[in-house]
Design a protein around this ligand. Structure first.
Ligand SMILES: [Zn+2]
Length: 231
């Protein structure tokens, strides 16, 4: 559902409208919501069931039912509900209650119309750029931490042996070759591999977040209005 924000005619405060649904429409929405959450739940239950074979169908269905109840308030279900709702109804009545002065007004919007004022979009745009920049610097810290861990573990593995073999004289059997494994080496080898991939993924998200921030910053308000970054 689009957010509808209007300037209060009395005090000019930006106010977000709340959709007002008729009783029939409320019932339709509730039915769609229930149907889509059960469908999602059943889908998940089906895949869970596959892992347990034929017997898994029963616990799968139960798990699916429970998950269906849990996801009923999720954004996916709400999105499905809104999109079905918008196909059935061409317009929605919105009610605005100004939180500053208490003035109340109503307006009917055609579904799909974008009425967010430029000033609100500009604020959202700069907030998003700031958030992306913050995320990027957090990712730099992650990349450095995992990079150093990779380097330290790799250094240990390169400067130590993974195992050592020596000859030992065993009573009645004679000389036998014994191999001692250096478990620390194997552990740090694993740490090095895992941390390498973690560092790599942090570096790539730094690059993509910085690129996104730059692209959004250079957009005009109107370009931002129609961009995919908005959601
Ligand atoms: Zn007001």
């Amino acid at each position: 559902m689009e957010r509808n924000i209007e300037k209060c005619p009395k005090c000019e405060n930006y106010t977000e409208g709340k959709p007002v649904y008729s009783q029939t429409r409320q019932m339709t929405r509730a039915a769609v919501k229930k149907g889509s959450s059960q469908l999602i739940g059943a889908g998940i239950g089906f895949f869970v069931g596959i892992f347990f074979g034929f017997v898994g169908c029963v616990p799968g269905a139960i798990v699916g039912y429970v998950i269906g109840l849990l996801v009923s308030s999720s954004s996916t279900v709400n999105d499905v509900t809104d999109s079905v709702d918008q196909q059935l109804y061409s317009s929605t009545l919105f009610r605005f209650d100004c939180p500053r002065c208490g003035h109340t007004w109503q307006k009917t919007y055609q579904n799909g119309a974008d009425t967010v004022p430029d000033a609100v979009l500009e604020k959202q745009k700069s907030d998003l750029v700031q958030r992306l920049r913050g995320d990027a610097s957090a990712c730099i810290t992650g990349a450095v931490v995992f990079g150093l861990t990779t380097a330290a573990s790799a250094y240990y593995c390169l400067s130590h042996e993974s195992s050592s073999t020596y000859t030992k004289n065993v009573w009645l059997i004679g000389d036998t070759e014994v191999t001692d494994y250096n478990w620390m080496w194997w552990f740090l080898c694993l740490v090095a591999v895992v941390c390498f991939f973690a560092a790599f993924s942090f570096v790539s998200s730094v690059v993509s977040k910085k690129a996104d921030a730059k692209a959004i910053e250079q957009m005009s308000t109107d370009e931002y209005r129609h961009s995919a970054y908005r959601r």
